[in-house]
Each structure stands twice: as structure tokens, then as C-alpha cells.
Design a protein around this ligand. Structure first.
Ligand SMILES: [Zn+2]
Length: 259
């Protein structure tokens, strides 16, 4: 295999990522990767899934075949050249935006200190704990949490082509002295990991802290903590803490698709 094209690259990306090639094959793939920005974008997205998301999916039961097929269909959709170019254009300014955001966070005094729930949200976002319910179906997640959390679960349904539910597990958030049961969900959004903690928001004083934004008329409080953003909002009696390294406008837009 001296030269490969894009089709070969996509077809054999898994063994390439898993390091199953001999030196000659590897060199041909490396050369294509260096020369082809489309395949590089695809490779980076795939590598993100493997490094950041696959550990979350390690679990006793294998992923159901239907979910597998949906995941692969989703990955295939994400590989179409037009979408990829749009994705590249969208992502290009991100490092600058992120840097600007970091500076802003540094010079803008935060309203009060980060509440415990923000700390908990970032802690859980950074952990590579396996999910207990691997699913890409919000309904299945709702069912699984039913009876395990002391509230009627409503898993966010992000209506965004790049967003995909990967699974959930039981969790908790601190509120004053008390620990509350919470549902933890993880999503892949493009190449970003997005975590959502869902818990009973009644009697929780979320209103005073963070930067106040409005998404489709809903108040959302945005906190910065350890390089991540945590957006807190309430729907009915449920509170949601969404954590990611997405730029704030993208994060608020994503949240808006579920409201
Ligand atoms: Zn290519």
C-alpha cells in the first residue's frame, strides 16, 4: 500500500487509530493525513470519540446493535464534505474565542463564589467514569432513571445535528449541607464533550450567582470554573447544570434547542 485515497482512509481509520498497521501502511496513512484536511478533520473527530467518549462507554453490557448503527450513521453524516467544511469554518475561530473568554473570566469579578453545584458539575464532567445506561435515546434514559432519582426525569433533547446522547449514570449534587440525588448525562457535540446534571431544583438558590443570560426567554446563569463553562437553568421543578468547553454562544444555542 504505497498511496491511499480518502475512501481507503475512512475505511481503515479504526485499525489505523488502534495502531494495527505495519510501518509501510502507517507511513501511507500518515502521508495522506498530512496532505488531506478533510481526512484530518474526520480523524480528529474520530480520535476525540475514542479518547474522550469510548472510555465512558465501557460497560458490562455491550452497546445495543441498533444504537451502534445509529452512532455509525451519525458519524457518517458528520463526514459529508459540505458539513465538514462548515464545521471547520465554525471551529476555526474557537481558540481565539476561548482565549478571549479566559481573559474575560480573569478580569471580570464573578458574582459571588461558584456555588457547590458548579464545582460538582465540573468534577463530574472531568471524571472518566463509565456510564450505567449506555443509550442515545432520551426516552430510554428517562425510563432508566425512573424510580432511581426522586423526581420525574426529563433528559434534555438537544435538536442539533452535532449533538448525540451517549449515556447516563446516577450521581449527586451538594446543596448546603445536603447531598441530593442527581442524574448525570453525557453527550458528544461535534468534538466536544457536554455533561448535564439534572436534579430537583426546588428550594435551590440558583438565582443570585453567575452571569445572567436569557435563552428563548429562560434565565440561564453562566459560571466559569477551571476552564469550563457551567450553565444553570430551571425547567419546571428540575434544575439543569450543563458543563462543557464549548464557547458560550454555542453552548447557549445548544441549550436553546432543548427549551
Ligand atoms: Zn482524504
Amino acid at each position: 500500500m504505497s498511496r491511499i485515497d480518502c475512501d481507503d482512509f475512512r475505511k481503515f481509520i479504526d485499525p489505523y487509530l488502534d495502531g494495527e498497521f505495519d510501518a509501510g501502511e502507517r507511513a501511507a496513512f500518515d502521508a495522506h493525513l498530512a496532505a488531506c484536511s478533510d481526512c484530518r478533520c474526520h480523524y480528529e473527530q474520530k480520535a476525540w470519540f475514542i479518547n474522550a467518549v469510548r472510555p465512558c462507554l465501557r460497560r458490562p453490557e455491550p452497546m445495543p446493535e441498533a444504537a451502534h448503527q445509529r452512532l455509525h450513521a451519525r458519524l457518517r453524516t458528520a463526514q459529508q464534505p459540505e458539513r465538514r467544511r462548515r464545521l471547520v469554518r465554525r471551529l476555526a475561530p474557537v481558540p481565539m474565542l476561548a482565549a478571549a473568554g479566559a481573559v474575560l473570566l480573569f478580569v471580570t469579578p464573578l458574582t459571588g463564589f461558584a456555588p457547590a453545584v458548579v464545582e460538582d458539575a465540573v468534577d463530574q464532567h472531568c471524571q472518566k467514569m463509565p456510564v450505567e445506561v449506555p443509550t442515545d435515546e432520551a426516552n430510554q434514559a428517562d425510563e432508566w432513571f425512573s424510580g432511581k432519582v426522586p423526581f420525574s426525569m426529563d433528559t434534555p433533547r438537544f435538536r442539533d445535528d452535532r449533538a448525540m446522547l451517549l449515556g447516563g449514570r446516577l450521581s449527586h449534587v451538594r446543596n448546603g449541607e445536603r447531598n441530593r440525588r442527581a442524574a448525570y448525562l453525557v453527550y458528544g457535540v461535534g468534538e466536544h464533550k457536554v455533561s448535564v446534571l439534572v436534579f430537583d431544583g426546588r428550594e435551590l438558590g440558583l438565582s443570585e450567582r453567575g452571569e445572567l443570560r436569557h435563552v428563548k426567554g429562560h434565565p440561564v446563569r453562566v459560571h466559569g470554573a477551571r476552564g469550563y463553562r457551567v450553565a444553570l437553568y430551571q425547567r419546571g421543578q428540575l434544575a439543569y447544570a450543563v458543563t462543557s468547553d464549548l464557547p458560550e454562544p454555542e453552548m447557549l444555542k445548544l441549550i436553546g434547542t432543548s427549551l
